[in-house]
Design a protein around this ligand. Structure first.
Ligand SMILES: CC(=O)N[C@H]1[C@@H](OP(=O)(O)O)O[C@H](CO)[C@@H](O)[C@@H]1O
Ligand SMILES: [Mg+2]
Length: 561
């Protein structure tokens, strides 16, 4: 690094000192905290994004969002050129950068890192970072801080796209690095045209009166509602009513949104007895999560939840069905030349009934990873068609390049010999799915359109779908502790290895309940320990979850030391 660069960094870093006594970690999905604590972190992630762009010689994304967290929180995360999360081997550098206590230390870490990574900051090479933010009020000023960070690396350019959903930015970055059209408008066009294509391929005989069959969407008072309205205006074969758009004084994620509906299993604000039995969906604050639900009765606030596990099951059913249609007509030789490997990926939060269902009914390979999309995505990418979902509704489908080129060729071949045949339609459907679904990252909007087209294709109501299998009763709780980093887990985060003794206590407690299962882990996005429990009845699972929460408090709570 030359002198000019060093002095620019020292000068600008001095404007954004890190808050005293706050240690931040890149966590499950970037740095998150109360927005007032984030200026320094965002500035430094701006630097990191510019360096990442120099290193990869591709456009990098930087998103300001705290997703489902409360409106006063915010966060920052980086999208890599493939549209996925920041490569995990850069996370320790991100932690080091953000927690450096002085500008001098910050600069010395940067110097050391660019040497280690052999990043060339000089010569003809340049860098470019694209910015997006959700609708949090603090986002406006944090975006400006991110720009300061990026601009403090000489040769780095910045493009600010304003308010976007997180998956839109990831999609745009992926499209850009593949040399495709990459604007927000291109995103809407690709989603709407591939959705239309899927709807056109719906088998004859399914007559749908779209007005009677309206989908009602809870936008979490965030960015998703307004973007869905735009998408909706480009579709003419689906009726969507969006509520909780954030323009009716509702507060982001407060009593609304996918996280609330999935974790509390209660109806979001703005929904009520008038909606009993209707097909409803809920997005989270940055629209990368999607769950469906129906209002159970006008006497209670409870929902019949159709969570990420059931979306995963629906996608798996559809994909395997299309593959078998495609293979049926193929001569055995061609067929054996490409046997697509299909795999599904879940986390320990997946309802046990869903895992059983997927294994038994579809015979698919089911893999478990730790929580966090970065882990699921990585595993799903190992298949020709990898479908991953977290129970909370974050997930997508990944298609391998090899499979897609085979599929394109197959489609062309079928079009020339048997245009309009069932086999060719199956090929076209799978191709349309690969364009509709956001292959960069889980995306509530593209996921929603895929769900809608599959329900139409199958002629299924939300109730029929919900009845694929019955969820085991489950409960999630959060416990505030002195130091959540004291909890160390292994085995896809299902076994606690520190503090000593607590795992045995959890096992002993769980053994008291038929079909009992419980685990704890530190949240990567909130300052809490999460408790998950499952058992054969709701009463039993509530007791189990409460007992485990008490164990957490005994071992780690404020009275524990
Ligand atoms: C139980 C749960 O839903 N955890 C969520 C939540 O992470 P935690 O590390 O559990 O706070 O936010 C992540 C980012 O959105 C998401 O990937 C993850 O699934
Ligand atoms: Mg989110």
């Amino acid at each position: 690094m030359n002198e000019e660069q060093v002095s620019l960094l020292l000068k600008s870093a001095a404007l954004f000192p890190p808050p005293h006594g706050v240690k931040l970690s890149y966590g499950t999905a970037g740095f998150r905290a109360d927005a007032s604590l984030l200026q320094s972190a965002v500035f430094r992630v701006g630097i990191l994004a510019a360096l990442r762009s120099f290193k990869t010689q591709s456009v990098i994304g930087l998103m300001i969002t705290a997703s489902h967290n409360k409106v006063t929180d915010n966060g920052v995360k980086v999208a890599d050129p493939n549209g996925g999360m920041l490569s995990q081997d850069w996370e320790p550098f991100a932690d080091k950068l953000v927690n450096a206590s002085t500008p001098q230390l910050l600069v010395s870490f940067i110097v050391e890192f660019i040497k280690k990574e052999n990043i060339q900051l000089v010569g003809k090479l340049s860098a470019e970072v694209w910015l997006g933010r959700d609708t949090r009020p603090s986002g406006e000023s944090l975006i400006e801080v991110a720009k300061e960070g990026i601009n403090s690396i000489i040769g780095a350019a910045v493009l600010d796209f304003g308010v976007l959903t997180t998956p839109q930015l990831h999609w745009m970055i992926r499209a850009r690095s593949k040399g495709w059209k990459a604007t927000e408008q291109n995103y809407f066009e690709q989603l709407s045209s591939s959705f239309r294509c899927l709807m056109d391929l719906t088998p004859n005989g399914i007559k749908v009166n779209v007005e009677d069959d309206k989908l009602i969407v809870d936008g979490a008072n965030g960015v998703g509602g307004e973007k869905l309205e735009i998408l909706n205006s480009m579709l003419n074969n689906l009726a969507i009513e969006v509520r909780n758009c954030g323009n009716d004084r509702g507060i982001l994620n407060e009593g609304v949104g996918a996280d609330y509906v999935q974790k509390e299993k209660l109806i979001p604000r703005g929904f009520g007895s008038k909606d009993v039995g209707k097909r409803c969906a809920s997005l989270d604050g940055d629209a990368d999560r999607l769950v469906y639900f129906s209002v159970l009765s006008d006497l209670s606030n409870e929902v019949d939840l159709v969570d990420g596990d059931k979306i995963l099951s629906l996608f798996a059913i559809f994909v395997t069905e299309q593959l078998s249609i495609l293979y049926k007509g193929a001569d055995p030789e061609t067929h054996s030349s490409y046997q697509a490997r299909v795999g599904v990926v879940q986390t320990a939060y997946a309802n046990g009934a869903s895992t059983d269902y997927l294994k038994q009914s579809s015979g698919l390979e089911v893999v478990l990873t730790p929580t966090g999309v970065k882990f699921l995505h990585e595993k799903a990418a190992l298949y020709d068609i990898g479908i991953y979902f977290e129970a909370n509704g974050h997930g997508t489908i990944l298609f391998s390049d090899g499979f897609l080129s085979w599929l394109e060729a197959k489609n062309n071949e079928l079009a020339s010999i048997s245009e309009g045949s069932e086999e060719q339609k199956a090929a076209m459907r799978l191709l349309a799915v690969s364009r509709l679904i956001n292959q960069a990252v889980g995306d509530a909007l593209s996921g929603l359109l895929l769900v809608e087209s599959i329900l139409q294709y199958k002629g299924w109501s939300v109730h029929k779908w919900a009845g694929l299998y019955e969820d085991l009763p489950s409960r999630q709780l959060k416990v505030k502790v002195v130091d959540r980093t004291a909890v160390v887990t292994e085995n896809a985060q299902t076994v606690v290895v520190r503090p000593l003794g607590i795992q045995d206590a959890i096992i002993a407690e769980t053994a008291k309940y038929p079909r009992g299962r419980s685990f704890i882990r530190p949240s990567g996005t909130e300052d809490v320990i999460r408790v998950y429990a499952e058992a054969s009845t709701q009463e039993a699972v509530d007791n189990l979850a409460n007992s485990v929460a008490m164990l957490v408090d005994r071992y780690l709570g404020y009275g524990s030391s």
